[in-house]
Design a binder for this molecule. Structure first.
Ligand code: ZN
Ligand code: ZN
Ligand code: FE
Length: 751
């Protein structure tokens, strides 16, 4: 927190008056009632109000020191004070302390993230004496929806999705009562005046219990729910959603039930129970959940109930119930949020559609997280985390960064903060692109900024890159892997040059190549590649990413064993012809991607030859690791690049512990690559970025190996390692370019 104070004029004379400005997450978190209670308790006069710049307090009386100290220490738990500025004024001798109306002006404060139902509201929910008894929308200043209902700032009810609900007399009284927990709780609502569910809880619970699929409107969108222990209905959900194997998340009532379906570590349990309530990956207990929940994976994504309606549902279901709770986004399109579209888009999937009449102003999927090396890291960043900003090491011009093409997010910087949007999705459909545009508009509106430049990827085929010119601002194109590394450095507050291991699926290099296993130096806007993985042929371009057998054939070819292709991939009619084409030198494209090396290994080991979802081969391979083991001589230097051909040769023979051998040898080779770079450059900080870093075995192995060599490895924590974090890196590199670094960033018009 930054504190600035002007010297008190005549500090020792009688009661003084101060003006205090609070910046940070200070609106919509019960700050004003807290200030009111505190000031009243200390006998101060004055007022508190929300302004566009944060919260402004004027207070007068004898106990100002106590007041200032306790503002800092006793504030509500959801609040975060980033700046507290005190100015001394002439006393005006007023009486009483008031909460004044909001003022407009330039928007400089922020919305906070949605928060899980608090303990006090849970007690109201199940207390027959409470007027909120069994009310599915109960909330207070310490919990409930925020970001997903806020259209613009300042955060006041008319600016939210609650605008259409007039307060009843009881709610109006609570809202106006400084002693009440719901004092100025903007989403306050009760059965008499608030939103309603279209079906009663008993009907929904009965449908779930009977093995039906229910679409339920929640906080940031619709969920599809079904009994996670009923294989028939989970398989049916897969059939109707046309989703063959991508794992489903599971929701349970509480900690106790979590232990029945999984074996969470202490850190995983704490993360699952945090107010953000993300989906947390944890080891599943065998034989408890239906096999179709997370096929061929060891871990399951589990989350705790986070909205009142979830708690009511679990209360109406048999104890110990676990529900599949997956985003209702048919065909990879964005989450369904509107009641009307639910009927048309979910009608063919759900047996029962349950809506409510509180609009969702902003879509947000459930966030996904895992514990790596003891600390949380995000795999998908949305509900509960957005729009909390990532603090940047320095101030700079406002930049809009458009991210990549898959798992797109956008980032907008304001001052020394970067606002990374929620996960939007793959920019392949008109619906997703509409959501993407909405996200840019909403973020720009709530932040009240106008970007000075627009950053995007080098790749001309990304939808995001193609949109960049349309903003009418200078366009800065940032190399994919440099952006991955810059994102990691930025979130860790590192402004100095860093080494980066970009371990990724695919990204366009500035030489036009398909990159994805690179060692680089990134220094503000400048970057250079100083090493990386040796290339393998990339047969079929994008298709190779969906069909790992193609990389299997490319590996066989590199080993001089192309003749084995037909026998090894008997189900692939094209394996033989492809080997022949490779042999004839007719596949021009090559890749240094680590993601494709994972595919090659998975194919050679017979783990997976065709993927149903991105990353499936690598995830299934990771699930087979017992303990990473290094194959001696498994990697070599080839023309200065790191080659794993000896490892691939061993995998072509080995089916037993191939996954452990693959991971262990990768870690060993990649650590040697980083150490070589550190020796060469003298840089000791190594940022690990790119989608492969989501592989926990690989990430933990690299952290251990690099630390053992005296280096400082940094992992993406606040934003995803994959392309979901790309926009953050683009934003900081473009910003550095604007203020004049040494621009190796390619700037100019779309090729
Ligand atoms: Zn509450
Ligand atoms: Zn009411
Ligand atoms: Fe990437």
């Amino acid at each position: 927190m930054t504190q600035t104070r002007a010297a008190p004029p005549g500090a020792s004379r009688g009661p003084a008056r101060v003006r205090v400005r609070l910046r940070g997450a200070v609106q919509g978190v019960g700050m004003r009632p807290f200030v009111h209670r505190l000031a009243t308790e200390l006998g101060l006069s004055g007022f508190v109000r929300n302004g566009a710049g944060g919260v402004v307090i004027e207070a007068e009386g004898d106990r100002l020191q106590d007041f200032l100290a306790r503002l800092d220490t006793d504030h509500p738990s959801l609040a975060r004070i980033d700046g507290l500025q005190v100015e001394f004024l002439a006393p005006d001798g007023g009486h009483g302390f008031a909460i004044a109306g909001s003022t407009g002006g330039a928007v400089a404060t922020r919305i906070i993230a949605d928060a899980a139902t608090c303990e006090a509201c849970l007690r109201d929910l199940f207390d027959p004496g409470s007027r909120f008894f069994r009310y599915p929308f109960v909330n207070c200043t310490q919990c409930g929806p925020r970001y997903t209902i806020t259209r613009r700032l300042p955060y006041d009810r008319p600016q939210t999705a609650m605008a259409g609900f007039a307060l009843c007399a009881d709610c109006a009284r609570d809202y106006a009562d400084p002693a009440n927990r719901r004092f100025h709780a903007e989403p306050i609502a009760c059965p008499a005046c608030g939103p309603r569910l279209s079906r009663d809880i008993t009907a929904i619970a009965t449908a779930l219990h009977d093995g039906q699929i229910v679409a339920l409107k929640g906080i940031g969108g619709f969920h599809l729910l079904c009994d996670a222990r009923n294989e028939r209905v989970v398989a049916e959900l897969r059939r109707r959603k046309a989703r063959e194997a991508k794992p489903f998340a599971v929701m349970v009532a509480d900690d106790g039930v979590l232990d029945r379906i999984a074996t969470p570590t202490k850190a995983e349990r704490t993360l699952a129970g945090s107010v953000a309530r993300p989906i947390v990956l944890m080891d599943a207990r065998t034989g408890v959940l239906a096999p179709s929940v997370a096929p061929r994976l060891r871990r399951v994504g589990a989350m705790l109930a986070y909205a009142p309606v979830h708690h009511l549902l679990f209360d109406a279901l048999p104890p110990g119930t676990a529900l599949v709770a997956t985003s209702a986004n048919p065909g990879g399109e964005p989450l369904v949020v509107e009641n009307g579209e639910a009927a048309t888009r979910l009608g063919g999937i759900a047996d029962l559609i349950v809506t409510h009449d509180r609009p969702i102003a902003v879509r947000a999927d459930d966030s996904v997280a895992q514990i790596v090396a003891g600390l949380p890291t995000l795999l998908r960043r949305a509900r509960g985390f957005v729009p909390d900003p990532v603090p940047l090491p320095s101030d700079g011009p406002c930049t809009l960064a458009l991210g990549g093409h898959l798992k797109a997010t956008v980032t907008l910087t304001r001052g020394a903060e970067a606002f990374v949007s929620q996960h939007v999705g793959d920019l392949d459909t008109a619906e997703t692109i509409r959501f993407y545009r909405e996200t840019i508009d909403h973020l720009t509106r709530i932040l009240g900024v106008r970007p000075e430049a627009v950053a995007c990827d080098l790749h001309p085929d990304y939808r995001s890159s193609q949109m960049a010119e349309a903003f009418g601002r200078p366009v800065i194109r940032v190399q994919h892997h440099a952006a991955h590394i810059a994102a990691v450095a930025a979130e860790h507050g590192v402004a100095a040059p860093v080494l980066g291991l970009a371990l990724d699926g695919h990204g366009l290099g500035d030489d036009g190549g398909a990159w994805g296993g690179e060692l680089m130096v990134v220094d503000r806007a400048a970057w250079r590649r100083i090493g990386g993985l040796d290339t393998l042929a990339l047969p079929g371009g994008d298709r190779a990413a969906r069909e790992p057998w193609r990389m299997g054939v490319a590996a066989l070819h590199a080993l001089g064993r192309g003749a084995e292709a037909t026998a090894r991939f008997p189900a692939q009619k094209l394996a033989g012809p492809l080997a022949a084409r490779l042999g004839a030198g007719r596949v021009a494209e090559a890749t240094s991607s680590l993601g494709r090396l994972f595919d090659a290994a998975a194919a050679l080991l017979g783990v997976r030859t065709v993927q149903d979802y991105e990353g499936q081969a690598a995830m299934e391979l990771e699930a087979l690791v017992d303990a990473p083991r290094v194959l001696a001589g498994g990697w070599t230097w080839r023309d200065g690049r790191l080659s794993f051909l000896p490892l691939l040769a061993a995998l072509a023979e080995n089916k037993a512990d191939g996954a452990s051998l693959f991971h262990g040898t990768l870690i060993d080779g990649l650590a040697a690559l980083a150490v070589r770079g550190a020796t060469q450059t003298g840089i000791r900080v190594v940022c690990l970025g790119g989608g492969c870093v989501m592989n926990r075995v690989l990430a933990e192995g690299l952290i251990a190996a690099l630390s053992a060599q005296g280096l400082t490895p940094l992992l993406p924590r606040a934003v995803p390692a994959n392309d979901g974090g790309l926009s953050l890196g683009q934003a900081v590199m473009a910003r550095a370019d604007l203020v004049g670094g040494n621009p190796i960033v390619v700037a100019g018009r779309c090729p």
